[in-house]
Design a protein around this ligand. Structure first.
Ligand code: BT5
Length: 327
């Protein structure tokens, strides 16, 4: 664990009590001056730490941010999130993760930000990413699969996020709206953006970005999202810990990713189908070729949406935006 994580852990374990500076120095094998510098930095990150002469340090409050010092002790993964890059503000975690992947970042490196100034969705759309409330993260992956297999990773990721939300919020019915939306009470709770750099036969890296509305309040949405977006907090009536959710997402994501890389989407399909909000619904799909209508009847092992058309024929849709039509 990083030094500052150990300091926070040590102070946290003492509850409302003091921990002497000498004990921290001994524990970490550091000088008083070095410990003081770390305490100072932790304060700058938002930890309220009292220093009392002859008694030592006491942790008064922790910041409500997805900081590495909060996430590291919760991690149970072997690779995902073990290298964690945190920024208070970034243009886009996907953009930063991609730049780090270009310079050699290893698989599992995770970029997390408290806010994004240019959070992005698919097709140059924007992802509303205000500070202090939600989760924005991107994971660097180097899957040993053919480039054509990578789009199905967005569905596998969605499943991982649903499993994680299921652990923390077991009473919420969050669904998956093909291809990359997390859906709750008829509104968008989150989205997944899967980007990659590849050659014809080889993937250099894939960046999987996950945005989840965790604690945003109804009144905080901009006008264009007020009727279509929702947060976990809105549905639960109470806030959810971002560090806990993030650690759980990384755990479930590593588990699902390993299975996906080994065996593809097929073994995950039954669970994906149970979460799919489109199954059996009349839909309109908009893709590059135009509009298609029909009934969504399932997913294929490659991650395509299976559409039953009005003439009874079935068609696989590889990419696109889906709207549910009134029955
Ligand atoms: C997505 O795109 O749903 C993928 C979103 C991925 C965001 C994450 S955040 C971390 C990482 N870094 C990034 O820069 N991006 C990823 P799409 O299906 O194209 O949906 C975009 C549309 O969703 C927008 O055009 C809005 O209509 C709507 N939208 C934007 N922000 C939203 C929000 N916070 N909650 C719900 N809907 C939103």
């Amino acid at each position: 664990m990083q030094t500052e994580t150990v300091i926070v852990q040590t102070l946290g374990a003492a509850g409302t009590g003091y921990v002497s500076g000498a004990a921290i120095c001994r524990n970490l094998g550091m000088s008083r001056m070095a410990v003081w510098k770390h305490i100072d930095h932790l304060r700058a990150l938002g930890y309220e730490i009292e220093a009392a002469p002859r008694r030592g340090y006491r942790l008064l409050t922790r910041p409500d941010r997805p900081l590495p010092t909060e996430i590291e002790p919760l991690l149970v993964t072997s690779r995902f999130g073990r290298e964690l890059v945190y920024q208070d503000r970034v243009d886009s975690t996907n953009r930063l993760a991609s730049a780090l992947a270009e310079t050699g970042a290893t698989e599992g490196l995770t970029v997390v930000a408290d806010a994004q100034d240019a959070g992005r969705g698919r097709l140059d759309r924007k992802w509303h990413s205000p500070p202090g409330t939600n989760l924005y993260l991107s994971v660097v992956l180097r899957p040993a699969v053919a480039p054509q297999a990578v789009p199905s990773l967005a569905l596998a990721t969605g499943l991982a996020v649903l499993r994680a939300i299921g652990v923390l919020c077991p009473h919420l019915h969050v669904g998956l709206k093909w291809p990359n939306d997390l859906w709750l009470d008829g509104r968008k709770l989150g989205g997944i953006l899967c980007e990659m750099r590849s050659e014809l036969d080889r993937v250099h890296h894939a960046i999987v970005g996950i945005g989840i509305n965790v604690n945003a309040l109804a009144a905080e949405w901009p006008a264009d999202l007020a009727a279509t977006a929702i947060s976990l907090r809105q549905a639960l009536g109470k806030p959810v810990s971002r560090p806990l959710l993030l650690a759980e997402i990384l755990r479930r994501f590593e588990e699902v990713y390993d299975s996906w890389q080994r065996d593809g989407l097929k073994p995950l399909l039954p669970e994906l189908e149970t979460f799919s909000i489109l199954n059996g619904r009349p839909v309109r799909v908009h893709d590059l070729a135009g509009d298609l209508t029909g009934t969504a009847v399932g997913l294929t092992p490659t991650g395509a949406l299976l559409l039953e058309q009005p003439d009874g024929s079935r068609r696989e849709v590889i990419a696109g935006d889906v709207r549910i039509r009134p029955a």
